[in-house]
Design a protein around this ligand. Structure first.
Ligand SMILES: *Cc1c(COP(=O)(O)O)cnc(C)c1O
Length: 363
């Protein structure tokens, strides 16, 4: 039986990458060592981390005045590090288009009890369970504010921001965890981009941070580990980095490049997600909760059947048929198909065949 992994994260990785890692596992590049056993100060690892950065820069078109960092703590620690590094004494705006965006705001509010700054919720669609993106009036934004924080892809709710909003000149910081390298964005539109690796980049344990250098001019923060400036000065090697995760990320970047880069990746993602959206749209049985077609995510597609009992039955039967991890997030229920870069087209074709059969049996 073919297994398709629809997990929202940690998620499916390209088979070619796993095979390469397997082939190199015991003896990396003639070193006689596994990457797992290497010093992060060795020349082999230096080539790995520099190679990962170079390929990512090429893929995303990252200009020279941005630093690329490979750090730890996931996107969740970035929720604290961002205000700690950039917001002191200022206002910081948050757009909550989903639960992750709200969490970023909630963490900022917590931190503001000990560090002086003012987190402000600029827009939220929580009252409609994030079925569309929040909007706001740009004149409401104080031009002296530190930043506007947004989430480019709402992993749980299945919406995405494709056009970066006008923020009255205030720098935009984006959580791109679930669609980095899956859709084309202009790095210059952001002061900082960050993404946990475990959706489109590689294994859990590393987060990619792309930050404009002028943001790193501020005062030192509480501790070296939480200070983006110190992490940048030490080229992500202030302490021992998650070396193996960075190695796999490098292989994934090379794989994306080989496929044809981010534009080709986006084309393939539109093709895959389009197939599923088209099927859901013509069906009277399934529906997608996102209200505006132009806000649909290419990466995470939530859908429901006519009732929660049928959803539970769908998940059970789909899992038994090899469609793994298709249950929706516990906050929204239903199903969710995460179609990240490494997810194969054939998996969508086979899922639709299964959905048809389930509909015929249960309508
Ligand atoms: C998964 C996810 C997170 C959480 O990432 P961690 O690495 O587990 O902290 C944050 N934001 C978005 C948009 C996500 O998809």
């Amino acid at each position: 039986m073919t297994i398709y992994n629809f997990s929202a994260g940690p998620a499916v990785l390209p088979k070619a990458v796993l095979e390469k890692a397997q082939a190199e596992f015991l003896n990396y590049d003639g070193s006689g060592m596994s990457v797992l056993e290497m010093s992060h100060r060795s020349k082999e690892f230096d080539q790995i981390i520099k190679g990962a950065e170079a390929t990512l820069r090429e893929l995303m078109g990252i200009p020279g005045h941005y630093k690329v960092l490979f750090l730890q703590g996931g996107a969740s620690l970035a929720f604290t590090m961002i205000p700690l590094n950039f917001a002191r004494g200022k206002k910081a705006y948050y757009l909550a288009g989903g639960l992750w965006g709200k969490k970023a705001y909630t963490e900022a509010v917590k931190l503001s009890k000990t560090i002086p700054f003012e987190p402000i919720l600029l827009g939220s669609t929580e009252e409609i369970t994030y079925a569309e993106l929040p909007s706001f009036d740009k004149v409401a934004i104080d031009p002296e504010a530190a930043y506007v924080h947004l989430t480019t892809n709402n992993t749980i709710e299945g919406t995405a921001v494709y056009t970066i909003p006008d923020t009255n000149g205030v720098p935009v910081i984006a959580d791109m965890s679930s669609n980095i390298l899956a859709a084309r964005y202009q790095v210059e539109d952001f002061a900082m981009i960050y993404a946990g690796a475990q959706k489109n980049i590689g294994p859990a344990g590393v987060i990619v941070v792309i930050v404009r250098e002028d943001l790193l001019a501020g005062e030192p923060v509480l501790s070296s580990m939480l200070d983006y400036r110190i992490q940048a000065e030490n080229e992500s090697l202030y302490n021992t980095p998650p070396a193996y995760s960075i190695y796999i990320a490098k292989l994934v970047f090379e794989w994306v490049k080989e496929i044809g880069g981010v534009d080709e990746m986006e084309r393939l993602n539109r093709e895959k997600s389009g197939l599923l959206y088209d099927y859901i749209d013509q069906s009277d049985f399934y529906s997608n909760p996102v209200r505006k077609v132009e806000e649909r995510s290419l990466a995470n597609i939530p859908f429901v059947s006519p009732n929660p009992d049928l959803d539970a039955k769908f998940v059970k039967e789909a899992t038994a048929a090899g469609f793994k991890n298709i249950k929706g997030h516990r906050s929204v229920g239903g199903m969710r198909a995460s179609l990240y870069n490494a997810f194969p087209y054939q998996g969508v074709v086979d899922l639709i065949a299964f959905m048809k059969k389930f509909e015929e049996e249960n309508a």
